[in-house]
Write a protein that binds this ligand. Sequence first.
Ligand code: PGA
Length: 258
Amino acid sequence: MRKFIVAGNWKMNLQKDEASKLVSEIAKNISETENFEVVCIPPFPYLFTAKNEMKESPALLGAQDVSPESKGAFTGEVCAAMLKDAGCKFVVVGHSERRQYHGEQSSILKRKVARILEQGLSLIFCIGETLPIREQGNYKEYVAGQLVEIIEDFNENDAFWNNLVIAYEPVWAIGTGKTATAEQAQEMCEFLREKLKEIKGSKADEISILYGGSVKPENTEELTKQKDIDGFLVGGASLKAESFLSIINNSLDVIKNK
Ligand code: PGA
């Protein structure tokens, strides 16, 4: 059975004391639930702090980025082995902010994915269309292209499939307060699962597909009800324990009856 995952991507926010407090409040208020995972994704300097705060809890740690290199003279880079040392289970790859501000394209993303898999870590692979692409109408093909570019290199039996989480994040909904409607999010997550099925067969049903883009406590219930949405990648609303915990609890309430 696939997992429901609520992941909080803090981006470049918070400082050490705030980071500790946030993770400790989350850690204190969540409990082990089958097929349900909570992930905190702080900036690099706070990974160890966050890991320390979550050690008595089922919360998991993720990183926002990774180097495409495995080690050596690459000033400013952080490699996958270091992330593993810090206690990460997940690494975000292909976030629209990396694509937009750092020009990351599939050639570099593929190398990042390879480094993540070498360390036995999982990836949260982000895909999504910009507003002009949505308005042109060819957004499905565009987003499918972003996915296929990465997955086409893997065979049916590769461990990759067990370590893959997909996050569909329409760029027009990120940080804008403008969430995709539950129908729009479901339409894309269902379409992506169909794409995965074409390539991966029935195992596609085991891959979690998250939605991201202005997720907040008020819209989690409706989004969680959708059959192909398996969780959330949350930005702004993951910076406060109260809102992040509400998202977790609202989804748990719906899942019990899903
Ligand atoms: P947001 O960010 O929730 O602030 O829109 C989502 C994301 O970028 O993953």
